[in-house]
Design a protein around this ligand. Sequence first.
Ligand SMILES: Nc1ncnc2c1ncn2[C@@H]1O[C@H](COP(=O)(O)OP(=O)(O)OP(=O)(O)O)[C@@H](O)[C@H]1O
Length: 281
Amino acid sequence: MTRPDQRSEADRASSTLLEVEDLHFAFDGKAVLKGVSLAIPRGKVVAILGVSGCGKTTLLRHFGGQLQPARGRVRFDGQVVHELDNAGLYAMRRKMGMMFQVSGLFSDLSVFDNIAYPMREHTDLPEDVIHDLVLMKLHAVGLRGACALRTRELSGGMERRVALARAIALDPMLIMYDEPFAGLDPISLNTIGDLIRRLNDALGLTSIFVTYDVSESLKVADYVYFLHEGVVVAEGEAAGMIDSDDPFVRQFVHAEPDGPVRFQYPSRPYRDELELGTGDR
Ligand SMILES: Nc1ncnc2c1ncn2[C@@H]1O[C@H](COP(=O)(O)OP(=O)(O)OP(=O)(O)O)[C@@H](O)[C@H]1O
């Protein structure tokens, strides 16, 4: 018989698609992640927020197994990512779609062929099926009519949408977005935010995006984590963040220039600096 505490542990594990436990990582001796723990529930849209350089991309690269943790683990769909062999990693990555800030599309291929590319590489589907699937993916992002264009002919917002269609080409369980809103005009930005939400719900995905864009995150995500100096400093339902009195959340949500995230780069006391060269007084 299953004890209630065992059952709740099992329920939690099955409702969580990706779990990060006490993750540590350093680049050349410089600690970037210092014990990050978080959980991404199946079916939800989760935002990971933090200032530029706080380690968001580094964290995503652990999710995909591109980086190995110094300590701690990432568990995806029940498997510890850094314990997988090459075949295991390959199979896991088939379940993940990724959209980067830089689209990574092939500029000399058409929009159609960019979406067809992962299908041709990773499946044995016949061309007529690939044709219909590509049009479905493009339709989902509103760009079926653009299928014959070269990607170099696209605007930044359209390029991002094509990258999104490519990220869902192989019907992933999880889709990860690295700075999906960066550098977009307000209309394209809202379009991408709206697509992240709608595709997640319509396709039964789980979505994670890392960004510094608080206002868009609070509109799109179910749950948000705040990352700062290598750890999660705050988390909660997106809907409750505007009224939060957590100092870190307040600073971020209300874009206050100073607070727990310091305006000044760490330095000696200003008075000491000013007195340099003036001799003892
Ligand atoms: N390959 C690397 N080698 C050495 N240091 C790196 C490398 N990649 C990232 N870093 C450093 O690690 C820290 C975290 O970088 P990361 O790109 O994860 O941050 P981020 O929060 O995604 O920032 P941004 O939004 O600006 O991309 C930064 O200080 C960065 O300079």
